[in-house]
Design a protein around this ligand. Structure first.
Ligand SMILES: [Zn+2]
Length: 338
């Protein structure tokens, strides 16, 4: 878009024209402001200069957000907290004691934002690492819209960066040496958030697909769970029934399809991108539904995943290492809708 024509003056481009002697020039930031030295100087050329200044201001309004967007600066380096901080954060929001062996303090930014919430839901998108989200932003419009610089950070998975170890951490605040969790059937060796809530007269739910961590570990220790659900859709339907009936103060969900697809095709594959789109659509359904029922929301993941190539050149996905791509996961939080 060009500035408006300035009468008979030659080339203007975006350069400010020469200021006539009866006009004074001020610079406000970087755009020129002209005013008249004499009350009678409101002639055609001054009018044209004012018009020009307004046009420059208008153009800056279009250009500045793209070049100096603080959100993109924030996006380069969101704060990273240890996975062990999640359980203490939830306990503090719900005003119950932090599980005894928790290895990190609560995350102050989340506690401040969600303070006073009577219910909290943790939504764990399995294997949805921060690097994978960065590559699939065009498939996650809903999550992109939720995540702003002031309600977004990252968690660092505990090692090994696998599902049962990290969901165990989310409900205890402990790393593997503290929780003793090696498989989803292991016995927890420390206090968990579900039992802390139970002691305070509060209810909890743990949800996942049949024979996944959400079922075998979270479902085993929580008060409420679903049974024999074949996929994430069935889990969600069961969860909705339980939440409507029992109104648990804390729920934690493992959304599973992402991990399965990333393993099969690699997290950089088209199939993985499509799976991220389905996870985003799932969030777009469950988040408003829970918020309208009084739940504050914490969206995160247990770990990331990286591409590996086999000898025949086929790509699949793996995780478990201490690399950033396996260990850094998104963290987004929202108050309830009440
Ligand atoms: Zn996996």
């Amino acid at each position: 878009m060009d500035p408006p024509p300035l009468g008979s003056q030659p080339s203007r481009g975006h350069r400010p024209p020469v200021v006539p002697t009866d006009l004074a020039l001020f610079t406000n930031g970087s755009f020129p402001v002209y005013f008249s030295r004499t009350p009678c100087a409101m002639n055609r050329i001054q009018y044209q200069y004012q018009y020009y200044s307004m046009a420059v201001l208008f153009l800056q309004c279009l250009v500045v957000p793209a070049t100096f967007n603080p959100a993109s600066a924030e996006e380069q380096a969101p704060r990273t907290y240890p996975m062990q901080a999640l359980a203490p954060t939830v306990a503090t929001i719900l005003n119950v004691p932090v599980p005894k062996q928790a290895e990190a303090p609560p995350i102050e930014a989340i506690v401040n934002d969600l303070q006073g919430s009577k219910k909290v839901a943790v939504l764990g998108i399995d294997a949805f690492g921060d690097a994978i989200w960065a590559q699939t932003r065009d498939r996650t419009p809903y999550l992109n819209g939720l995540a702003q610089p002031n309600n977004r950070a990252r968690l660092r998975s505990v090692l090994p960066s696998v599902t049962c170890v990290n969901f165990a951490c989310m409900i205890t605040g402990g790393s593997q040496t503290t929780t003793g969790i090696e498989t989803f059937d292991s016995k927890l060796a420390c206090e968990d958030l579900f039992s802390v809530l139970r002691a305070q007269g509060l209810k909890s739910g743990g949800f996942g697909i049949k024979d996944w961590t959400g079922d075998r570990l979270l479902g085993r220790y929580a008060d409420l769970s679903v049974r024999d659900k074949a996929n994430d859709e069935e889990v969600l339907a069961g969860l909705m029934e339980i939440v409507e009936e029992e109104k648990p103060e804390f729920i934690i969900v493992q959304y599973g399809e992402t991990d399965a697809v990333f393993h099969r095709h690699g997290p950089s594959s088209d199939e993985a991108r499509a799976a991220c789109g389905r996870a985003d659509a799932w969030l777009a359904r469950v988040v408003p539904w829970l918020r309208s029922r009084g739940y504050a929301i914490i969206i995160t993941a247990d770990h990331g995943q990286h591409d590996v190539q086999n000898e025949s050149g086929e790509t699949s996905g793996q995780h478990g290492s201490d690399s950033d791509i396996d260990c850094l996961v998104p963290l987004v939080w929202l108050r309830s809708g009440d």
